[in-house]
Design a binder for this molecule. Structure first.
Ligand code: PMP
Length: 461
């Protein structure tokens, strides 16, 4: 099933690029700019490594798009998909019907998720999961006789997807600018990034201040109008923003005090990224709903969903029809692949090994490499999240006025050195597969340092 040839499967790189340019509009891309250079053509993956159509081996320190938690090339997932396609490639879960893979996955998710989470609603993606949540929380409050409770509070630079609902929940201004977003009933507060917003406050003081922006917003909107708060335990696409330790406990207190629902978007954090199965467990918070996708199938097949706490599930179950769902909600092949993926995470103790051994080791290497580096600051890591922010002057914490341009230059140097990291604003970020070994962690950090040093030389420092 898995092609062992390190080169492409037929066409030359330039043929792929020409056809791609002629017929493919890429997501989140400036197509004209992309087409002048041509896309990279990735043809194969194995473990942490990708191979391009010219046979180059590339260290994928982004796990694809934060999703390939178990690494590339696991035959068990291919076999699970193959068997399920032969057995039952599709049937829906509407109309009083279920099937074995969706039953297996649902009970497995209930087993691995925190106490009180016993139900799941399936989608194809994280975006659809968050759109589902918008409809679900409004339906929840309406069922409880409080239909005015509609507004969901989220955060600047949060990322919750690219559908109209997901992009509205998200706090990316460059997304809102296109297509009249956000939709009504969504409000944003600041992101808990001490380095950028903390000023003279200590991280702990700032964590409380950033959380209390939620309380201020609830009072401004009127608690009778507020349905929920949503946040990623660690903001991913917003730049790997690891909140101060005081932040989530205070958010929990505020949600409890005002009786609003707490939603954890676990699309990136879920399935081990923070070192716990869910980011909510790492921070000790008790959400009512959790969005999942990505690591649920390690990206091998599209599947997402919403994990639903009993408090909400019981209301939904008693509340009659929930008029929502997708043709592919609980798709049998996707469910079979997700089950195989979770079994690998469990049986090989991938999250435990990473949390107890490789993550602390890699964090030490990361800090040793970058803490004293004159061109970066806010050196941060948690589990298998790693980031630094590029700075113009470290002593005065001065950031570049054209920080995203600088980070893109650094990102391109990484690509030239066959390392995939991502540039977000003025930060360089990484989230490698959870199977990374100690030796590979050392390879990753050495490569990242080499690239930042090369970037420093290129800008004349
Ligand atoms: N939520 C978070 C936290 C995400 O990082 C993403 C994707 N990067 C999404 C939602 C959207 O997921 P998808 O791209 O599968 O729609």
């Amino acid at each position: 099933l898995i092609n062992q040839d390190h080169s492409n499967l037929g066409r030359s790189t330039s043929e792929y690029q020409a056809l791609d340019a002629a017929h493919h509009i890429h997501p989140f891309s400036d197509t004209a700019a992309l087409n002048t250079h041509g896309s990279r053509v990735i043809v194969r993956g194995e473990g942490l490594y990708l191979y391009d159509s010219d046979g180059h081996k590339i260290f994928d320190a982004m796990s694809g798009l934060w999703c390939v938690n178990i690494g590339y090339g696991r035959r068990e997932l291919a076999d699970a998909a193959y068997q399920q396609m032969l057995e039952l490639p599709f049937y829906n879960t509407f109309f009083k019907t279920t099937h074995p893979p969706v039953v297996e996955l649902s009970s497995l998710l209930a087993q691995i998720s925190p106490d009180g989470f016993n139900h799941v609603f399936y989608t194809n993606s994280g975006s659809e999961g968050n759109d589902t949540i918008i409809r679900m929380v409004r339906h929840y409050w309406a069922t409880l006789g409080q239909p005015k409770k509609k507004t969901i509070i989220s955060r600047i630079n949060g990322y919750h997807g690219s559908t109209i609902g997901g992009a509205s929940l998200g706090g990316m201004h460059y997304m809102h600018e296109q297509g009249d977003l956000p939709i009504p009933g969504i409000a944003h507060i600041e992101q808990p990034w001490w380095f950028a917003n903390g000023g003279e406050l200590s991280p702990k003081e700032y964590g409380l201040k950033a959380a209390r922006a939620l309380e201020d917003k609830i009072l401004e909107l009127g608690v009778e109008n507020v349905a929920a708060f949503i946040g990623e335990p660690v903001q991913g696409a917003g730049g790997i923003i690891i909140p101060p330790s005081t932040y989530w406990p205070e958010i929990q207190r505020i949600c409890d005090h005002y009786g609003i629902l707490l939603i954890a978007d676990e699309v990136i954090c879920g399935f081990g990224r923070t070192g716990s199965w869910f980011g909510s467990e790492h921070y000790g918070i008790r959400p009512h709903l959790m969005t999942i996708a990505k690591g649920l199938s390690s990206g091998y097949i599209p599947i997402g969903g919403v994990l639903i706490h009993d408090k909400v599930a019981n209301v939904l179950i008693a509340g009659g029809d929930f008029n929502h769902g997708f043709t592919y909600s609980g798709h049998p092949v996707a469910c079979a692949v997700a089950v195989a993926n979770i079994h690998i995470l469990q049986n090989e103790k991938i999250i435990e090994r990473m949390n107890q051994d490789v993550a602390p080791y890699a964090a030490q290497l990361w800090h040793d490499a970058f803490d004293a580096h004159p061109l970066v600051d806010d050196v941060r890591s948690l589990g298998f999240f790693f980031a630094v922010t590029l700075v113009e002057d470290k002593a005065s914490r001065k950031r570049f006025s054209n920080g995203s341009e600088m980070a893109l230059r650094c990102r391109d140097i990484c690509l030239k050195n066959k390392l995939i990291m991502r540039a977000t604003g003025d930060s360089m970020i990484a989230a490698p597969p959870l199977i990374m070994s100690r030796a590979q962690a050392a390879e990753f950090v050495a490569l990242a340092l080499k690239c930042v040093d090369e970037y420093a030389r290129e800008i004349g420092r």
